[in-house]
Design a protein around this ligand. Structure first.
Ligand SMILES: Cc1cc2nc3c(=O)[nH]c(=O)nc-3n(C[C@H](O)[C@H](O)[C@H](O)COP(=O)(O)OP(=O)(O)OC[C@H]3O[C@@H](n4cnc5c(N)ncnc54)[C@H](O)[C@@H]3O)c2cc1C
Ligand code: FES
Ligand code: FES
Length: 1330
């Protein structure tokens, strides 16, 4: 193997690429972005979990010559694996300069792109689907998106836009279909017009490169690619493969690279030799035999699925029961992009304890053929003896897995498999299982049984004794009881087991068996074998998950017929950059081309939660390839002490002490990211550990708080309690949340070379804060630093302040080296260092009357603020302002404490403490209802605010539309009828339960720090063509701010929106801007722009009078020739508001106004697993007079999805030492496409004007988020029914998020009771609730 490296040859967007120095460690994504400068394909996670990097790969299958297309995660695909293939990226299918592809056009026009960072990946998933299926079904389409995430849109608009490609959209009438015709002009429930879409013409797609089709010369030769650390070998015959494996027994084999890629990127593994067995015919063969099917080990999971589906459709049902179980399991196995490349061999040979296929293969009795050069082939049974330990098998290092034989089942055999994960789609199992039973001929006596489980030990395990004990038993109810005991013995799990959730995991094993038992019993009774039938109410445990395609409506008020065509206000216009985002042309910070000599920075971060720094040694790192410098606190030219808010309690680089895992200690700068990151890991930091505080409880015990504590009260609380008929006390934990903006934090700093000037490009929400922090750290005046922001790939509060942990080090490095430096954090780094939403603990005592009227509330709120103050005080204040939710509290006392812990500083996150405060109030309302045995609806209505009521912070509620939203949503959702239907459903079903809840919301609009409520704008009008350039202080992060602002200017200047452009946000254009936050941007900048436009209009007035029939262009020109300035600033400060006087407990109008809404959600839960589905959500939202209904509805749906994640599946797991365990989309689950409510109806409240904001609109970014708690309370309602069936009705505690674990364990029954929780303090948990 000492020949030279071969040339890598492949095609990208029809162009041939020949690479002489292909490095096996380079991913396709890196190659596309840095080498080919195709930056449309995005990096969101580098672990196959977000789909931002999706591209289409096409290959010519030999010998058939068929061209096949499949979607691929470019972040995991090694570029070397592309030899002989054709890659299509988002740039290859359409462009704004030529023509948008219909997929690009439809996602843009249907409002499916907000920040746009996920958009190219979603476009490519859809494009690939359409290349393979002319008119897919909705179900096929929804499945094609299992591997894509979007954090902004809530997915509904994407699905609705792309629905126009599906069978369901067309009724078979072809061109006569009514959906092709124009809409009823006054109809107001459509946000886009499908008849305007360019039709899909599949004959126009780019052709497969003839060179690849005509010749197989790139496929039939042993290849060698040598890189910096790794050599890639691609054999094409079995002999070559066995030869290579004999020579390199320690080599890694790579097919899909979906395991190995993760090991190299995140686990620091280096593999000097990689062998790709992708072209060895024997490993790709599929043989149908008399006993089953033999699959070559390199067969991909997609192909496995396809062959099994074909076989199931052909053969008698009883023969294919294992196949059916595999097909069902593959539905929930990763997403298309992974399944298309991942091989059967990879799943078996990785030997992961949570492999989804291994339990099936084991219980089914699959056999394997392995082979080595020296000893030839041997057959192995994939049974309990195959796995030797964690990720170890009996296969010898020089052996290769050749094939897997999957057997048929007989008529007497039944086979089922189960999987439970945090999220149903594209998630790894918490526990999975596969179970087989064989009966004696014609009866229900067990002849043989096989039970395999994943997630219960370091390997997939078989419950051998349990299976053995069952032999000879009848399939009758007492078997379940006995089996529960046997399984508990066979599958022990200590409370401190890795992965945690031990009681839940143990409960799942027996719950799965119970499902298996019922399913088989059902089959036996259908076959008239056995005595008993499955009771009707138990059948709900049986059906496999099925979801109807989504249905939705969006209802809004159309603009008045008399409104001028030019006037864009109120129209549902698409996001201004939607087309650029859909084609990949939209530039994000890291898409900027590299300048000559530009360097890359990697952070060196603390591995200890609390420790003295004894020594930092970067000497080894500095010797490494490509490394230019290392910087620490000693290198900061100006002030190392900093803080993004009022309190300066942070450092650019930690100097003496670290106070959390992930705190920035230093930075390595190198010629590229790989070198910088490798060297950063080589920096040695010596610590002396100090005691650490991680959880809120630990902080309370230690008295560890950031000052000050806040308190707020009104009325006479003690008297209120004295008058109460009942007093309840309770506690509620509301978990934190990761922002998971799709674009991670990024900064690029470019020194200008004179006077300390520097230009900084960033993805920040707060350019001015960044400017001031950099100036302080560099010791230069602020006027030398310009921070520029084109757009953000999502922010959600995560880029409001915490960007500084990256931005300032990058600026320091660029300043010291006097050259451009950039860094875009990897997802795991970003999640580790930047903090998230504050976890809260609320302790409350509430007094109320017999009817449920609240008479007194005494609440203490504790937030886990982390290691610095950041914005925690303001977050707490907002939680306290929102503790009333929508209810009149006459007597209330609330205190707020900021727990100082050794976690990364928590920060702003959409809702900013509001959702936590609201959640605590809605919880106690539910408690009151449960306690009194009345409907929560009644208690809510009884206490609900009315017009002119005064809040507990002395603010009068005017134009209070809570009740209107509430009444409308109850009507729109048919709540009362559905409540009855649900009660009937629940009385008939024991193991599935439904629940419903209606939740109102009220959200205060304004920064509570009054001085921040100001905004500036700059408007230029160009005399040659009358085009207008606007700059304002807000950043575009997907919320459609620039679109709305252009609409405002269009009305103010009375010109079409096409004449208006907003290019970027920059500190040298509009100074001292507040962060784009608090939902306030449209209000502040809309008014500032209006102010500037009015000034311009006043200046043009004489020319309009002089030429009343003239045009805008003529008036502008006339003014110019008259030497009138066509440029002006505009300014706005919110009137009247004065905040809250905390010293004197006095409200002075902290909020400008309130946004109101209400939601009703219905869910179904699986009581045996904790799974849930949102069946329907209705929302009515008061957005005033909408500036843009499409954007407002987009914000409502996006916020709802984010809130849904917060209250259900998003769960940050910290080790007891304060280290974040789940640092990427693989382990931290955000809602996916499959989590959109099956029916989702959103209406904007009609006739609700708002005199306190621009053109009578209302702020919308944050207020709807809390409405997702309707899902939480619907889940709680469903659990109540399960508990009532189990004999434990009434009040119970459910913390947020309502994860599958919490749902399952709250549905107490015989299975949960078998595994009571271990005593707290008797063991060290794997993760803690912080
Ligand atoms: C986003 C994502 C989601 C995932 N979801 C799931 C999931 O839901 N369920 C699940 O079970 N897994 C999941 N996985 C894990 C992974 O996709 C599977 O295990 C997959 O089958 C691995 O196949 P591969 O071809 O990519 O493996 P590779 O990474 O190419 O190889 C994996 C290992 O197999 C060995 N190997 C490969 N071929 C042979 C051979 N012929 N002989 C001997 N050894 C061989 C290699 O040496 C290597 O150690 C997921 C992974 C990702 C990244
Ligand atoms: S970047 Fe590839 S899947 Fe996230
Ligand atoms: S638009 Fe999907 S992540 Fe922003």
């Amino acid at each position: 193997m000492d020949c030279d490296s071969d040339e890598l040859v492949f095609f990208v967007n029809g162009k041939k690429v020949v690479e002489k120095n292909a490095d096996p460690e380079t991913t396709l994504l890196h190659y596309l972005r840095t080498k080919l400068r195709l930056t449309g394909t995005k990096l969101g996670c580098a672990e196959g979990g977000c789909g931002a990097c999706t591209v289409m790969v096409s290959k010519c299958e030999r010998p058939s010559g068929n061209i096949i297309h499949y979607s691929v995660n470019a972040c995991l695909a090694p570029v070397c694996a592309m030899h002989g293939l054709a890659v299509t990226t988002v740039e290859g299918i359409g462009s704004t300069k030529t023509q948008l592809h219909p997929v690009q056009e439809r996602i843009a026009k249907s409002h499916g792109s907000q920040c746009g960072f996920c958009t190219p990946g979603i476009v490519m998933s859809m494009y690939t689907l359409l290349r393979n299926t002319r008119q897919p079904s909705m179900e096929t389409m929804e499945n094609a998106f299992q591997g894509n995430l979007c954090r902004c849109t809530g997915y509904r608009p994407i699905l609705e836009g792309f629905k126009t490609f599906t069978k369901e959209f067309y009724c078979g009438q072809g061109e006569n279909c009514c959906k092709n015709g124009p809409l009823n002009p006054r109809e107001n429930d459509r946000l886009f017009e499908p008849s305007e879409f360019v039709p899909l013409d599949q004959t126009q797609e780019p052709i497969f490169p003839p060179e690849l089709q005509l010749s197989n010369k790139l496929d039939n030769k042993l290849l060698v690619f040598r890189g910096e650390r790794t050599t890639w070998l691609r054999p094409v015959t079995l002999n070559e493969l066995l030869d290579l494996k004999a020579k390199h027994p320690q080599s890694r084999m790579v097919v899909g690279n979906t395991e190995v890629g993760i090991e190299v990127k995140f686990k620091n593994m280096t593999y000097p030799v990689i062998i790709a067995p992708t072209h060895v015919p024997e490993l790709l063969e599929v043989k149908h035999t008399n006993t089953g099917i033999t699959f070559g080990s390199s067969v991909s999971l997609s192909r496995l699925n396809q062959i099994l589906v074909e076989t199931v459709n052909k053969l008698p049902e009883h023969k294919t029961r294992v196949f059916a179980a595999i097909i069902e399991m593959l539905r929930w196995f990763a997403g298309d992009q992974i399944r298309n490349v991942a091989a059967i061999s990879g799943n078996i040979m990785t030997a992961s304890p949570i492999s989804d296929l291994n339990p099936i293969f084991m219980s089914a009795g699959c056999s394997l053929i392995v082979s080595s050069k020296e000893r030839g082939a041997r057959e192995l049974l994939l049974d309990h003896s195959f796995f030797l330990g964690y990720r170890r098998t009996v296969v010898e290092p020089d052996e290769v897995l050749i094939s897997v034989h999957v057997p048929f089942t007989s008529e007497n055999e039944y086979f089922y498999a189960y999987k439970q994960a945090q999220r149903r789609e594209d998630d790894i199992s918490i526990v999975n299982a596969a179970m087989k039973v064989e009966f004696e001929q014609g009866g229900n006596t067990i002849k043989q049984m096989a039970l395999s489980f994943g997630g219960m030990a370091p390997t997939t395990v078989m419950a051998l004794r349990a299976a053995q004990q069952a032999v000879g038993r009848k399939w009758e109810d007492d078997l379940v009881t006995d089996m529960c005991g046997w399984l508990a013995d066979d599958l022990p799990l200590t409370p401190d087991a890795p992965g945690g959730q031990t009681e839940y995991r143990r409960t799942l094993t027996t719950s799965f068996f119970f499902k298996f038992y019922l399913s088989v019993q059902m089959r036996l009774s259908e076959a008239k074998v056995g005595l008993s039938n499955v009771p009707r109410s138990y059948r709900s445990a049986l059906p496999v998950y099925h979801r109807e395609p989504i249905k939705s409506t969006q209802v809004y008020e159309e603009v008045p017929e008399a409104q001028s065509e030019k006037d864009a206000v109120g129209r549902p216009l698409p996001h201004k950059a939607g087309s650029q985002q859909a084609t990949g042309e939209a530039q994000y910070c890291d898409d900027m081309p590299y300048a000559d000599g530009e360097l890359y920075l990697a952070l060196v971060t603390s591995t200890r939660p609390h420790a003295k720094i004894l020594n930092i040694d970067a000497s080894d790192a500095l010797k490494m390839t490509g490394v230019k410098a290392f910087f620490c606190h000693k290198d900061v030219p100006g002030n190392n002490t900093e803080g993004p808010a009022a309190v300066k309690d942070e450092e650019v680089f930690a100097s003496e002490k670290v106070t959390c895992v992930g705190q920035v200690i230093g930075a390595v700068v190198a010629d590229n990211q790989v070198h910088a990151q490798r060297a950063a890991k080589a920096v040695i930091v010596e610590y002396e550990d100090l005691p650490a505080i991680v959880t809120i409880e630990e902080a309370i015990e230690a008295g560890s708080f950031h000052p000050p504590a806040r308190s707020m009260s009104c009325g006479d609380v003690d008297q209120g309690f004295a008058q109460s008929d009942h007093v309840l006390t309770g506690e509620k934990r509301v978990g934190g949340q990761e922002h998971f903006y799709l674009e991670t934090q990024v900064t690029r700093a470019v020194p200008r070379g004179e006077d300390g000037e520097m230009e900084v490009f960033s993805s920040t929400q707060a350019p001015s804060i960044g400017q001031f922090m950099i100036a302080s750290a560099l010791g230069v005046p602020a006027n030398r630093i310009t921070v520029r922001v084109k757009r953000l790939g999502g922010g959600f509060g995560g880029k409001e302040t915490r960007f500084h942990v990256l931005m300032v080090p990058v600026a320091v490095a660029a300043f010291k080296l006097n050259c451009p430096v950039r860094c875009m954090l990897d997802r795991d780094e970003d999640m580790l260092v930047t903090g998230g939403r504050h976890p809260f603990l609320g302790k409350y005592k509430v007094g109320f009357s017999n009817s449920g009227k609240i008479l007194a509330l005494d609440a203490a709120l504790y937030s886990n603020a982390g290691n610095s103050a950041d914005l925690s005080l303001a977050v707490m204040e907002r939680a306290m302002f929102h503790i009333d939710s929508c209810y009149k509290l006459h007597n209330v006392r609330v205190v707020g404490h900021l727990c100082k812990t050794n976690l990364p500083s928590n920060t702003a996150f959409r809702g900013f403490g509001g959702p936590q405060g609201l959640m605590i109030m809605e919880t106690l309302i539910n408690d009151i209802a449960d306690y009194l045995g009345v409907s929560p609806l009644e208690v809510r209505e009884l206490n609900m605010y009315k017009e002119n009521d005064v809040t507990h912070f002395d603010q009068k509620l005017v134009n209070c539309n809570i009740r209107r939203c509430w009444d409308e949503v109850i009507k729109q959702s048919n709540f009362h009828r559905r409540r009855q239907e649900i009660d009937i459903y629940n009385s008939e079903n024991r193991w599935k339960k439904r629940g419903i809840a209606v939740i109102p919301t009220k959200f205060g609009i304004s920064f509570t720090a009054t001085f921040l409520n100001q905004g500036g704008a700059l408007v230029h009008v160009y005399q040659n063509d009358g085009s207008v350039l606007i700059t304002h202080g807000g950043t575009e992060m997907g919320q459609g701010l620039h679109t709305k602002m252009s609409q405002v200017a269009s009305r103010a200047l009375n010109i079409p929106i096409s004449k208006i452009h907003i290019s970027e946000t920059s500190t040298n254009m509009v100074p001292n801007a507040s962060a784009s936050a608090a939902s306030a941007c449209s209000d502040l900048y809309g008014m500032a722009i209006l102010n500037a436009c009015q000034i311009i209009m006043e200046r043009l007035e004489p020319y309009k009078i002089a030429n009343s029939k003239g045009t805008w262009e003529e008036w502008v020109k006339a003014a110019y020739f008259d030497r009138v300035s066509l440029s002006t600033t505009g300014f706005y400060k919110t009137p009247d508001i004065q905040g809250f006087d905390w010293e004197n407990n006095k409200g002075m109008m902290p909020f400008n106004y309130f946004t109101f809404g209400a939601a009703c959600s219905e869910v179904e839960i699986d009581c045996l697993t904790g799974d849930h589905t949102v069946l329907r959500t209705d929302i009515v939202m008061d957005v005033g007079t909408s500036l843009n209904p499409a954007i407002d509805i987009g914000q409502i749906e996006g916020a709802f999805a984010q809130g849904y994640g917060m209250f259900t599946i998003e769960q940050l797991k910290f080790s007891p030492q304060g280290s974040l365990i789940n640092r990427g989309p693989g382990a931290y689950k955000l809602p996916g496409f499959g989590d959109v409510p099956v029916e989702f109806n959103v209406s904007l409240l009609k006739g609700a004007s708002n005199p306190r904001a621009v053109y009578s609109s209302k702020a919308i970014g944050e207020p709807p988020l809390f409405l997702a708690s309707s899902v939480f309370f619907a889940i709680k309602d469903a659990i109540s029914s399960a508990r009532a069936d189990a004999g434990v009705p009434g009040l119970f505690k459910l913390d947020s998020p309502a994860t599958p674990e919490r749902i399952r364990m709250a549905c107490v029954d015989q299975f949960t009771k078998q595994f009571p929780p271990a005593e707290a303090g008797s063991y060290k948990p794997w993760f803690v609730h912080v």
